[in-house]
Design a binder for this molecule. Structure first.
Ligand code: MTE
Ligand code: MO
Length: 302
């Protein structure tokens, strides 16, 4: 796999990337196919199609408003977040509601590598080699009850550890939501790592949602609560500007944001003069997810 080395990586970061790339090469060799390896041969993680961004890019250009609104604020400030111990409360319409310790969750989940495109609504994009488990498996642990139709998510709210909470940019805590069928779709994961290392705080440690066919803001970080509910839950960006950010927020190059086009995107790491590239419908995951929205008007349900 071709790989671009980037300038001033710290040695530990280079090691993480190098070890990860090495391991992939070994696995590819062993499989004789170049892709079966760690991702279990899932078509949506085929490495020859997606060249991941560097560790440096993925961990220093972030949106995590709890730590500030600048792209480098999360990398500067998120070390303040205590991520151990960590519990995720799973409640609402489940058979086994309660506080689930992060370590106990990890013991029961099957970790996989997933190389996904990440498309921010601001029209930049990256490719991230996540490690994580399917959200469906975590929901199974709690036992979803028949009447549940949506899943609501909440990020930690700790003013002492999150300097961004002092500005009322958003109504804290950050909340998000998915329809239940979106939540249990096999593409939907809870990520706990990047390049095979623990996920850094600025990317949403110790676990964050990743829904690759939706704009990045749906992929809520540092999750402390998951609630199974009957009604469509409120979401932070929809509350902030309902005409700009819908509940679905599926990546859609044909539906522009009111203030800018969504037809193309700027790939982070491409350099100052790199041409913008076309944004694919559902961020390239249409084959897997388009059926979830059959018969829906996607301009109306943006
Ligand atoms: N709690 C929380 N989750 C969040 C955000 C945030 O500000 N707070 N930003 C979102 C946005 S806008 C994007 S694009 C992605 C960015 O993820 P990354 O920094 O890992 O690339 O996280 C999303 N999850
Ligand atoms: Mo975003």
């Amino acid at each position: 796999m071709a790989y671009r080395w980037k300038g001033d990586l710290r040695e530990s970061d280079v090691t993480a990337e190098a070890a990860w790339l090495n391991r992939r090469q070994l696995m590819a060799g062993a499989a004789g196919l170049g892709l079966a390896g760690a991702a279990g041969g899932r078509a949506w993680a085929a490495p020859e199609e997606l060249e991941p961004n560097t560790w440096e890019e993925i961990t220093t250009y972030n949106n995590f408003y709890e730590f500030g609104t600048g792209k480098d604020d999360p990398a500067d400030n998120a070390h303040m977040l205590t991520t151990s111990p960590w519990t995720v409360t799973i409640d609402g319409m489940v058979d086994r509601p309660g506080d689930y310790a992060f370590e106990d969750i990890m013991k029961k989940m099957t970790l996989e590598e997933r190389i996904y495109r990440l498309r921010c609504v601001e029209a930049w994009s990256m490719v991230v080699p996540w490690t994580g488990f399917e959200l469906a498996d975590l929901l199974d642990l709690a036992g979803v009850q028949g009447g549940a139709k949506y899943v609501a998510f909440e990020t930690a709210m700790r003013p002492d550890e999150m300097p961004g909470l002092s500005s009322p940019v958003l109504d804290w805590p950050y909340v998000e939501g998915l329809r239940l069928d979106e939540a249990v779709h096999p593409l939907t994961i809870m990520a706990t790592g990047i390049y095979g290392r623990d996920i850094p705080n600025q990317n949403g440690a110790p676990l964050r949602l990743v829904v690759p066919w939706k704009y990045g803001f749906k992929s809520i970080k540092s999750v402390v609560r998951i609630s199974l509910v009957e009604e469509q839950p409120p979401t932070s960006w929809n509350r902030y500007a309902p005409n700009e950010y819908g509940f679905y927020s599926n990546v859609n190059p044909q539906v522009d944001h009111p203030r800018w086009s969504q037809a193309t995107e700027r790939r982070i790491g491409g350099g100052l003069f790199a041409p913008r590239v076309p944004t694919p419908m559902f961020n390239g995951y249409g084959e897997e997810v388009a059926s979830l929205y059959a018969g829906m008007d996607l301009a109306e349900n943006f």
